[in-house]
Design a protein around this ligand. Structure first.
Ligand code: HEM
Length: 172
């Protein structure tokens, strides 16, 4: 019985990290960076990239999903149909879908948009960028808006997933 125990520890720790960092980013870091101005925001984002945040977060997401999928395989007796007709199984399945959707939004929307924002911000610092400064600034603004909106959507999904996971065993 060591495997389910280890899986639960990995799953819950990674899930907590994921939900916590998502809430912190959307509710605290982003509003502060938006007020701090473009140059400060770019410096902080570049610093986070240097600390490998954009590698750590997807890894945490993959670990949460992989450990959750394996736990689901074990508790449902190999994804048996009957398990998913029970309230707990159904609730875990919906919560897992919300978590996977949050991961997809992060990988397919937030990650490319924030990488684009970093690239455009670096272009603005380059000597000679003044000629198309306005175009680059406008593109940077759009990339940032997309990042902020998609991050808020992913936060809602991951919080719903966590609530469902925590409540599943009480579902009736
Ligand atoms: C997205 C973020 C997620 C968070 C924050 C999260 C959090 C949690 C928590 C706190 C529990 C413990 C509930 C309890 O003991 O009553 C749990 C259980 C579970 N989670 Fe997740 N989870 C997430 C995603 C997923 C995904 C994507 C899957 C499946 C692919 C999954 C599958 C499971 C299963 C099967 C259990 C029950 C394990 C058992 O009872 O031994 N979870 N989750």
């Amino acid at each position: 019985m060591i495997e389910p125990l280890l899986l639960r520890v990995v799953h819950i720790l990674c899930g907590m990290f994921w939900v916590g960092s998502s809430l912190f980013t959307v509710l605290f870091l982003t509003p502060v960076l938006m007020r701090a101005g473009q140059s400060t925001a770019s410096t902080v984002m570049a610093g986070l990239q240097a600390r490998r945040l954009f590698t750590v977060l997807p890894t945490i997401g993959v670990l949460t999903i992989a450990s959750g999928a394996r736990l689901m395989w074990i508790t449902s007796g190999g994804f048996s149909r009957t398990y998913f007709t029970l309230p707990m199984g159904r609730m875990l399945a919906w919560s897992a879908l919300f978590g996977i959707a949050a991961f997809l939004v992060a990988m397919l929307v937030i990650r490319p948009a924030s990488a684009r924002a970093l690239r455009l911000a670096a272009m603005l610092q380059e000597p000679g960028a003044s000629s198309d400064h306005e175009t680059i600034s406008a593109r940077l603004g759009r990339a940032r808006v997309l990042t902020v909106r998609a991050s808020a959507a992913a936060m809602v999904l991951v919080v719903l997933s966590a609530i469902g996971m925590a409540a599943a065993r009480y579902a009736s």
